[in-house]
Write a protein that binds this ligand. Sequence first.
Ligand SMILES: [Mg+2]
Length: 212
Amino acid sequence: MHTEHPAPAPEGKSADRSAKKFVLGVDLDGVVADFTAGLRPIAAEWLGVPVDSLPVDVSWGFREWGLEKSGGYEALHRHAVKERDLFRRLPPMQGAPAALRRLSTHDVRIRIITHRLYIPWFHREAIRQTADWLEEHGIPYWDLCFMRDKAAVGADLYLEDSPNNIEALRADNHDVIVVSNSTNRHLEGPRAEDWEAIEAMVVARLQAHASR
Ligand SMILES: [Mg+2]
């Protein structure tokens, strides 16, 4: 069967070698997938308001959209995934799939780490839509981890936008590049504004790692 993804390393020596590969931990929402852009039209429909009335520069939890009067964020999220295929339809962040394809040609193991299963009883939909979306956009990866505690998964470098996750990872001495958006401007760098910058920073880390 043809596969877009690299085959897993066989047992033995080559498995040991692959275990030492530089692991790039990649968050999905707000990093590879433009979650705000994808959710915004669904939120406007849910609230019965024009899309333009919902600000793009939101804080964590979309407080600016006034979701409380319509059941809160969780109700919208559940509807968006179950009835609007949110995770299947999200636009990718500009340049992300192509940059990940280029990065995958380096000696790196791309490990996608996402916390998309935080609402119970629709895990099957969330996982299926996520896997379909990654295939559709030709995004290469070795591992796909649905995890809340991202430090528990282990990576040499994380790409992350959630302020809580960034702070938790840094408190645990992990190397994190802040992927900039309106939720995380208060955090210290290193940070990247777009995928061109992310790619350059990751390549620099890979070169430093290889020369150690
Ligand atoms: Mg995120």
